[in-house]
Design a protein around this ligand. Sequence first.
Ligand code: FES
Length: 560
Amino acid sequence: MNATAGPMRGVTSYGDQGFSRFLRGAFLAAAGYDGEDLSRPLVGITDLRSDYNPCHRGMGEIIENVKRGVLQGGALPMVFPTMSLGETLLSPTSMLFRNLLAMETEELIRAQPMDAVVLIGGCDKTVPAQMMAAAVSEVPVILEVTGPMITNSWQGERLGACTDCRRMWAKYRAGDIDESEVSAVKGALATTSGTCMVMGTASTMACMAEALGLMLPGGATPPSPTGARLRHATETGRRAAELAHNPVTPSQILDRAGFLNAIRVLAAIGGSTNAIVHLLAVARRAKVDITLRDFDLVAAQTPLLLDLKPSGSGYMEDFDQAGGLPTLMKELAPLLDLEHIGISGKSLGNELLDVAPPQPWQSTIRTLGKPLGPVGALAVLSGTLAPDGAVIKTSAATQALMQHTGPAIVFESSDDVAARIDDPDLVVTADHVLVLRNSGPVGAGMPESGSMAIPRKLAEQGVTDMVRVSDARMSGTSYGTVVLHCAPESAVGGPLALVRDGDLIRLDVAARRIDLLVDDVELEARRLNITRKPSAARGWLRLYQDHVLQADTGADMDFL
Ligand code: FES
């Protein structure tokens, strides 16, 4: 049997390779594999099912279809578990564990015998972690996702997770719906298997996997419960078997052209700001030179083409029915590098040859001639409050607040926000700028707490948006004039640490600036009084805090 491929690839170290192969054969035989099975190349398939991850409850069916495709392609499927990151059931934030899943996936691909691997993700951090692992894999990797949920309705109003979760919760806070109504809404927001069905982080990262060429075309949008999702899974399995016979590695796919295509798509779909951090992390691992500036430059030339929440009005099933990402990329083709070759083995130009452009019967995918929104759905800022950069999703922000100067109200943590934001004695007006610190990668694992709630007393007066600034992230399903990812973060001495209540902060998106209007002498005096908190005493959090990088380079670990 071949010692560099198939089941005898990378034998266990017992000091006697013959014995190692003998022992491995014995244990594989115990699992029911015979010579015919073991003569085939192996395709690993990840299994991220967990009762702690409701978004992955449809993953079993998808795995079965991938396996069928692998067998049809003449290879042997081998399913293995990795940790599963369920966004809503992890504390303090799933982002704290993205790098851990990336490391685990990387190491299991390397340590176990496989000639190709299918990584199946879904919920927010799983696909980014798998892409980070893919970036350093020496065996072919192909991604598949669970697909989005299908929408439901409440009192005739169409609802989906989780832009509507936030919108309905805001209505409840403003007193527009009561306790029993918000309880009924809870049962109607997330009703099938799959991931959040707006252009949140999960949907965005599925689109990024497809746009980068790590997933077969058409894979980002089919909803989880549909046959189309299962057929895509089977096709993925077949392609994985081909890759096991004739390898194409991620290093052959992940180049600057591919990343620029993905960033172009990110801007055109009004994708999650989280994708910026994740793509920077993947590019860093792949040793591809991509910086925050690339996001700003590409976004500034790319109009918003997709009418999906939170930037628009539709849901992922509408996107899918309108043709999905291939149709959007067909429209975007004049702005894409069509020579880029993805995991299908074909150039993007060839992939798009038979794809129809956006059809007149639908309004979800718009045209370059009649876009949904202007260029610049995302913007990268810098200034005295974020010397290494910050981001804002302008497509989900309020136009009138894009240039705004107001006094700061500073919150030390998410707990501080929770404790004081609704305090009737809090002196706050719609002109104030809400500042949240200690919420960057080192400070708190970079939770999605940047879109702080509008103070209840202002919400009750009809205020729906305010300028908010933090070193945190926000959910891709959120909206508002929210400046995020300020780097360097406050916990490592970034300027956010120096802000005091009443300081003026100026946001000027057109000028790409976020500034603290306090003179340097005063800031230096304040700097003398800040102290850095010690790292956690033990465990993953200790390792993370000691080694995580800042948001502007992807918040990966410095040793990876
Ligand atoms: Fe899992 Fe939204 S909570 S994708």
